[in-house]
Design a binder for this molecule. Structure first.
Ligand SMILES: *[C@@H]1O[C@H](CO)[C@@H](O)[C@H](O)[C@H]1NC(C)=O
Ligand SMILES: *[C@@H]1O[C@H](CO)[C@@H](O)[C@H](O)[C@H]1NC(C)=O
Ligand SMILES: *[C@@H]1O[C@H](CO)[C@@H](O)[C@H](O)[C@H]1NC(C)=O
Ligand SMILES: *[C@@H]1O[C@H](CO)[C@@H](O)[C@H](O)[C@H]1NC(C)=O
Length: 494
């Protein structure tokens, strides 16, 4: 305001007036600035307040307040931490967020650890004891906590059976001669490529026993548009996806009674291409209320809401026979290949490019990719343009222990699988310590345990047509099943 006013005056060349107004503006501006600071302060503390207020949510509980009972409800976006924790420097910020990821993987929930209010301190103490217990568990009687690939295998299997028995999905029907049948109906061919997960899911779902034609017995409603197909459709293209989705949702809102019952909380869509992240920009009700099953599941970005939404694993379909998945032939400590398309990857390449044990490649690989994955103990997944890639799926497929260096990534099936038991999750700040961390795991024997568990979880990261028990399809169904419970409560709410 000050700047634009003085600009106005100077531009009119009335020097005297300018001076006058300049002196007039100093106190006014100071007063305005002070009020502004007070406002920002009040605003930021109140965000901290709201944020902590929601900390008690349990790990599997869907975020029920997401229902837009207040129409102009806005989420505290993850970036708000950046402004509210201005007393922290970047490294502290990254650490506190990495804690969240750690907690999430330990099944303690992704709640924030920093800036706890007094009434939270006991919870914090409890958590940190829990964390210490788990941290100290390796090599002790608590060994099990880290070696189990499931957070709780018995509960999972029991629940999984129940899902098979009773879970029902209603898919919005579309005819074969619909002009957008290519986008709305499952593909006939075998899915392929980087975004195959999206096609595999729809194909498997439509033929499964979860499908019901009776909406009254449906737990969830599927909106079957494919973001990847829309992207390739000349009539729509990248630029038209948002409008297509808005029109599609408007159409089902008016044509069917189901959306209005829960404001869309029992609706879901599935997308693997990262462009899906902005596809709901003109359909905010989908973004804030529906279940988004997406590959680009970063809770640092505003499009994705952890707990409400779910991570779809990105998997490059492979069918080779694999002769040597065991750990013995793996001579290289760690391997990474990928374009140096992020500061993080450039940092990794800079730090380790000359190393004789950690092999980082940012150009064309001279050896076959599969040989590298089969010949390394650890395979690095480092965030590039996007948090997700098919790399984690690749490492698991080839029996290589994944090392995840991608803060804020909501890892696939983390509700069910104990990522600590088959992967190494390190913060971006740990890149210089990578060799030390990985070597100590090899020396302590922890690596062998991780590799054995990689072989156990491999099956959850594969698609098949038709699907096999506990493969990616059924695991994604289970993630949806965990999120279905919001509906009865929402109905009771209205
Ligand atoms: C909500 O937002 C809409 C459009 O932005 C506005 O017209 C309406 O008055 C707002 N309602 C409330 C309760 O703030
Ligand atoms: C940020 O905080 C960390 C931990 O408190 C400290 O080690 C680091 O030196 C700080 N960095 C800056 C730039 O102040
Ligand atoms: C659902 O609610 C919207 C907005 O209130 C309304 O325009 C629409 O007609 C409703 N849908 C049905 C099927 O009644
Ligand atoms: C890697 O090797 C090159 C040439 O041998 C050298 O110039 C560079 O400083 C080395 N980098 C590191 C990080 O050691």
């Amino acid at each position: 305001m000050f700047r634009s006013s003085s600009f106005y005056h100077y531009s009119h060349n009335h020097v005297a007036t300018s001076f006058k107004s300049f002196f007039f503006f100093i106190p006014t501006t100071l007063a305005l600035l002070t009020s502004l600071f007070i406002l920002i302060y009040v605003y930021s503390t109140s965000i901290i307040f709201t944020h902590h207020h929601h900390q008690h949510h349990h790990k599997f509980q869907p975020i029920l307040h997401l229902k837009s009972s207040s129409p102009n409800f806005t989420l505290p976006s993850p970036t708000s931490h950046l402004t509210t924790s201005s007393h922290k420097n970047d490294s502290e910020f990254i650490k506190s967020h990495t804690f969240q990821l750690g907690d999430h993987i330990l099944g303690l929930g992704p709640q924030s650890q920093h800036g706890l209010s007094p009434d939270q301190s006991s919870l914090k103490a409890e958590r940190s004891t829990q964390k210490k217990k788990i941290a100290l568990s390796f090599g002790s009687e608590k060994f099990e906590e880290k070696t189990n690939v499931f957070h709780d295998r018995d509960i999972f299997l029991e629940d999984y059976k129940e899902m098979h028995r009773s879970f029902k999905i209603y898919v919005y029907p579309h005819k074969k001669d619909d002009p957008f049948a290519n986008v709305l109906l499952p593909v006939k061919t075998e899915p392929g490529g980087n975004y195959a997960s999206e096609s595999y899911f729809k194909k498997a779902l439509m033929k499964s026993h979860f499908i019901t034609n009776d909406p009254t017995e449906a737990d969830l409603f599927f909106m079957p548009f494919s973001i990847a197909s829309l992207r390739h459709d000349r009539r729509v293209g990248v630029g038209g996806i948002k409008d297509f989705v808005r029109d599609y949702v408007q159409n089902i809102i008016h044509k069917y009674p189901y959306w209005n019952r829960t404001d869309g909380a029992d609706h879901f869509y599935v997308a693997c291409h990262s462009i899906g992240r902005s596809a709901m920009d003109k359909a905010p009700d989908v973004k804030f209320n529906a279940i988004q099953v997406v590959c680009s599941s970063s809770y640092f970005l505003s499009g994705y809401i952890a707990h409400k939404d779910a991570c779809l694993p990105q998997i490059w379909p492979r069918k080779e026979n694999l002769p040597k998945l065991v750990s013995s032939n793996r001579r290289k400590l760690a391997f990474f290949a990928g374009a140096a398309n992020s500061a993080l990857r450039r940092n990794l390449v800079e730090t380790w490019k000359n190393d004789s044990e950690i092999f980082v490649h940012h150009g064309r690989l001279k050896t076959p990719y599969a040989d590298e994955l089969l010949g390394s103990k650890f395979c690095l997944h480092v965030k590039g343009f996007e948090v997700n890639t098919a790399r984690i799926g690749d490492s698991l497929y080839y029996g290589c222990v994944p090392v995840i260096i991608a803060d804020h990534y909501d890892l696939p099936f983390a509700d069910v699988l104990n990522w600590k038991s088959f992967s190494v999750v390190v913060t971006t700040l740990d890149i210089p310590l990578l060799k030390k961390i990985l070597k100590s795991m090899v020396n302590s024997g922890e690596y062998l345990m991780l590799q054995r568990n990689v072989l156990k979880v491999r099956k959850h990261f594969q698609w098949h047509s038709p699907p096999l028990e506990l493969d990616s399809f059924y695991m994604v169904m289970y993630e949806l099943w965990l999120r279905r419970s919001s509906i009865p409560i929402l109905l009771g709410d209205s």
